[in-house]
Structures are given as structure tokens and as C-alpha cells.
Design a protein around this ligand. Structure first.
Ligand code: UDP
Length: 496
């Protein structure tokens, strides 16, 4: 702890599970390294979840501030009703409404200033909150943007939204400013929101206004690792022309120490999202399987797949004969908590799976990190959300990609082209997939030889690089810890 322990940092995560987790992990790291007070500001429900995730004594200088969220505070631009996609409409409204946190944040900062007689050293805000740059200026502090996703993915997403490069060509293939000519993007890699973006639509307008403000931050923190994303980080730094600190992977310490030989007790619980089975059931079942033989299937904290996709996935999975754990959710169009219907899966699928002990089907939520860190898990069929990617690679588990939204298809592209740790099965919730393709891709990814072996070797190499990046002891600190230190020195200590 240093002599400026009365200093204060305010953090502002985006209101989604995949953003809260790395923000909290970063808060813990910064608190431990500096001794400063950290306030995480978010809405009531998210604060409840965050509070339940920290231990009272060790994190006593991490405080929480509830900000009111007003879902109707920011009117949408007039062309919202033109959207064909109702779920897009809901998501867009949510993003626009997140701007209602601006004035409550300003009030919070002024309260801290009144109480402590000094201005917080810095705001660390999510890249979706470009407006935080102005709030920071108003109270006389600085804003640092935090990308909870990887460098390649965030660069592709930001540059795409800023430049809309697909508009300048009729061809399927296009270049994205910031990437070299050798890296080509394809329309099919774009989420439907992005494919339709033309600069007048609500989605690209929102993103453009937030990202352009973030480019005026004092720097970007990035939940990535220098050694695993050298191209993405180099390109991101050149594009945004700001300091970038690669401080990832922000995972529980146990996940980074695990030897991958057995269960490491590493999963993070989410309030209201309890695993569909007790942890021991997963571990007992995994203990009975042979090494690298199990395919884990999950699409993150909020995604699901289409009804016919679900059916084909189940048939292909069964035909592949591979063992699996599948976090099954009601298909697109149904609420997450809808009663599960037998007709969503092939007739007798669950019974056959149970009887043959070939698979574990679990409703809605599973202890993901525990599963990935078990030696029996051989591959992860994932939507390529960045937390899932880091969790998988930190355990040396290769990925079968099924990207769905946000920057996930850019992550998938990077995992295939730059890292060689993944194959892609399909994209999105509307694609037509056939059971025989599911079977072929799963067999290839889990093959002891050929592609499967190659991906496993590369994933094991990435796992070692991640371990080195977070190495604390010994002569030289790992790159991610050096980056945190550099951030602390150049932004926080300079201002304290
Ligand atoms: N997760 C989990 N169990 C599940 C589904 C998800 O523990 O059944 C966790 C997962 O470990 C990860 C997070 O939820 O930490 C998902 O984050 P990610 O960035 O992969 O995807 P998002 O949910 O943001 O789309």
C-alpha cells in the first residue's frame, strides 16, 4: 500500500454480465496494487450481484454505488420503427437508455468530491459509455475507457462502426480501416445490425457517438494479453492513437493457477443464475470420462439458438458419438425461464443421453470454468464471447465457434486465422445448419489427430502464454502485470 491510500477511483461497467465480471476483477487488482478506494457504480440489480461476488474483509475498500436507470430517459431516433428485428429494437432501446446514467454519475462524483474534499483520480468506464469522457471533464478528472473484449475484436467493431467500410463496395469482401490489406472481412461475418448499418440507423449512430467520445479518453485498458494478440494490440494502438494497456485475462486467480488436471473450484456464481445441477454432479460425471473426450456446449450468459438449429445440433451431436455437456436453453422466441418442451429436442434424446451416460444436459446455466478446467473437457462449442474465449484458452481448451452477436464473429475470425485454436461451425441464430455438418465439425475438432490435435496443441501453447503474462513471482513480472503497473504509474500516481 502506498502513501496516497485515500485516493478514489470510480468504475462504470456496462450493464451486462460479461462486462461486470472483468470490471470487478480489475477493481480487485487495482485496489490490491494501490490501496485506493474503488467505487463501482451500476444499477441496483447489478450492484446486488457484484456485492454477492466479493468477500467482505478482503475487498473492504471496494464500494458500490447504485445509480437509477431510466429506461425511457433517452428518446430513440425516429427511424427505430423501421427495424425488422424486434429483439434489435429492445437491445437498441437498452443501449440508448444506458445514457440515463450520465447525470446520476455526475451527482455521485460531486458527492464524493463534497465528502472527501478531493476529486476522484479517474473514471474507468466501459467503451459503450463515451459520455463518461465529458462527465470526467466536468468534474476535473480523466476518463480511461475499458474494453472488456479482446483487441482484434474491439478494433474491428469500433472501426466498422466509425467507418462503415461495407458501404463502399458491392462485393462480399471488404477491408476494415486499421487492418492490413491481408486481413479481409466478409459481409457474412457481420451481425444483421451491422450489415444493415448505413450511418442513419439507430445502431451505428449510437456506437459512432460513443466510440468517437472514447477516442478522447486518456487511454484504453483492454482485457487481453500482449503475447496472445500481438497483431490485434499493435493495430488497436495504431488506430486509436492512445495508450493501450493489455491487462488480461481478468479471470479468478484459481483459473490462472489451475493445472488443468482436475477441478479447480473456479466458477463464478451469478445471483439468480444457479447451475441447473450441483457442481459435484458435473465433476463426478467428468471424472468418469477420458481425457479430452468431452465437448462442452454453451452460448454465454444471454444467447440461445434457433429451434431448428437446436434440433440439428442434437442430432449431429448424437451421431458423432462424442460425450458432451450441453447448457440447453429455450430456443429463440421463448423466454429463458419458459417451461422446457420435449419437442425442442429429438424424441427420446434426453433419455438416451442419460441411459448411455454419453452426455449431461443442463438447463440454462453451468459452472463453466469448473467444466473447462477439468481434464476430460476436450473442446468448447462457444458463441465466442470474450470471457468464454479467455476462460477456454486459459485452460488450453480449443474452440468450435458459433458466433452470434456483438464482436463475436470478429473474435472467431481471429481465433481461426491468428491463433489457430478454433474452427467455426456456423454463425448467428438464423443460419441453416445440418446435422451432418455438426457431426463433421465436432468429429474434426475432437479428433486425436489432424485438425483436432493441431488445435489442442495451439490452445496448450496459448495457455502457457497466458500463465506467463500473469506471472507475479520470479525475476520478471508477466506482461499483463507490467501493463497494470504502467497504468497505475502513468495515470494514477501521476495524478495523485
Ligand atoms: N457462464 C457460466 N455458465 C453458463 C453460461 C455462462 O458460468 O452456463 C459465464 C461464463 O463463464 C462467462 C460469462 O458467463 O464468464 C459469459 O461471458 P461471455 O463474454 O463469454 O459472453 P456474454 O454472456 O457476454 O455473451
Amino acid at each position: 500500500m502506498n502513501s496516497h491510500s485515500q485516493e478514489h477511483i470510480v468504475m462504470l461497467p456496462f450493464l451486462a454480465h460479461g462486462h461486470l465480471i472483468p470490471f470487478l476483477a480489475l477493481a480487485k487488482q487495482l485496489q490490491q496494487r494501490t490501496g485506493y478506494t474503488i467505487t463501482i457504480a451500476s444499477t441496483k440489480l447489478n450492484i446486488q450481484y457484484l456485492r454477492s461476488s466479493i468477500s467482505a474483509d478482503s475487498d473492504s475498500k471496494i464500494l458500490f454505488a447504485e445509480l437509477p436507470f431510466c429506461s425511457s430517459a433517452h428518446d430513440l431516433p425516429p427511424n427505430t420503427e423501421n427495424t425488422e428485428n424486434l429483439s434489435l429494437d429492445r437491445i437498441v432501446k437498452f443501449f440508448y437508455a444506458s445514457q440515463s446514467l450520465e447525470y446520476p454519475l455526475l451527482r455521485l462524483l460531486n458527492d464524493i468530491i463534497d465528502q472527501e474534499g478531493r476529486t476522484p483520480l479517474c473514471i474507468i468506464s466501459d467503451i459503450f459509455y463515451g459520455w463518461a469522457v465529458d462527465v470526467a471533464k466536468t468534474v476535473g478528472t480523466v476518463n480511461v475507457s475499458f474494453s472488456t473484449c479482446g483487441a482484434y475484436g474491439v478494433l474491428a467493431y469500433v472501426s466498422f462502426c466509425m467507418n462503415l467500410p461495407h458501404r463502399s463496395t458491392d462485393s462480399d469482401e471488404f477491408l476494415v480501416p486499421g487492418f492490413p490489406e491481408s486481413v479481409r472481412f466478409h459481409r457474412s461475418q457481420l451481425h444483421p445490425y451491422l450489415r444493415a448499418a448505413d450511418g442513419t440507423d439507430v445502431w451505428s449512430k449510437f456506437m459512432h457517438s460513443q466510440f468517437s467520445r472514447c477516442l478522447e479518453s486518456s487511454g484504453w485498458l483492454c482485457n487481453s494479453v500482449e503475447e496472445i494478440e500481438p497483431l490485434g494490440l499493435d493495430l488497436l494502438m495504431k488506430y486509436i492513437r492512445l495508450p493501450v494497456w493489455a491487462i488480461g485475462p481478468l479471470l479468478p486467480p484459481e483459473a490462472l493457477k489451475s493445472s488443468s488436471s482436475s477441478h479447480a473450484g473456479v466458477s463464478r456464481q451469478r445471483a439468480g443464475k444457479k447451475p441447473g445441477l450441483p457442481l459435484e454432479k458435473f465433476l463426478d460425471w467428468l471424472d468418469l470420462q477420458s481425457p479430452n473426450s468431452v465437448l462442452y456446449i454453451s452460448f454465454g450468459s444471454q444467447n440461445t439458438i434457433g429451434a431448428s438449429q437446436m434440433m440439428q445440433l442434437a442430432i449431429g451431436l448424437e451421431e458423432s458419438g462424442k460425450s458432451f455437456i450441453w447448457v440447453v436453453r429455450p430456443p429463440v422466441g421463448f423466454y429463458l425461464n419458459s417451461e422446457f418442451r420435449a419437442e425442442w429436442l429429438p424424441e427420446g434424446f434426453e433419455e438416451r443421453t442419460k441411459q448411455s451416460r454419453r452426455g449431461l444436459i443442463v438447463r440454462n446455466w453451468a459452472p463453466q470454468l469448473d467444466i473447462l478446467s477439468h481434464k476430460s473437457t476436450g473442446a468448447f462449442l462457444s458463441h465466442c464471447g470474450w470471457n468464454s474465449v479467455l476462460e477456454s484458452l486459459s485452460q488450453g481448451v480449443p474452440i468450435v465457434g458459433w458466433p452470434m452477436a456483438a464482436e463475436q464473429s470478429f473474435n472467431s475470425k481471429m481465433l481461426i486465422e491468428e491463433m489457430g485454436v478454433s474452427v467455426e461451425l456456423t454463425r448467428g441464430i438464423q443460419s441453416v445448419i445440418e446435422a451432418k455438418e455438426v457431426k463433421r465439425v465436432i468429429e474434426s475438432a475432437m479428433d486425436e489427430h489432424g485438425k483436432g490435435e493441431d488445435m489442442r496443441k495451439k490452445a496448450a501453447e496459448v495457455k502457457e502464454l497466458i500463465k506467463l503474462a500473469v506471472r507475479e513471482e520470479g525475476e520478471e513480472k508477466g506482461s499483463s502485470l507490467k501493463a497494470v503497473d504502467d497504468f497505475v504509474r502513468t495515470v494514477l500516481y501521476k495524478r495523485s
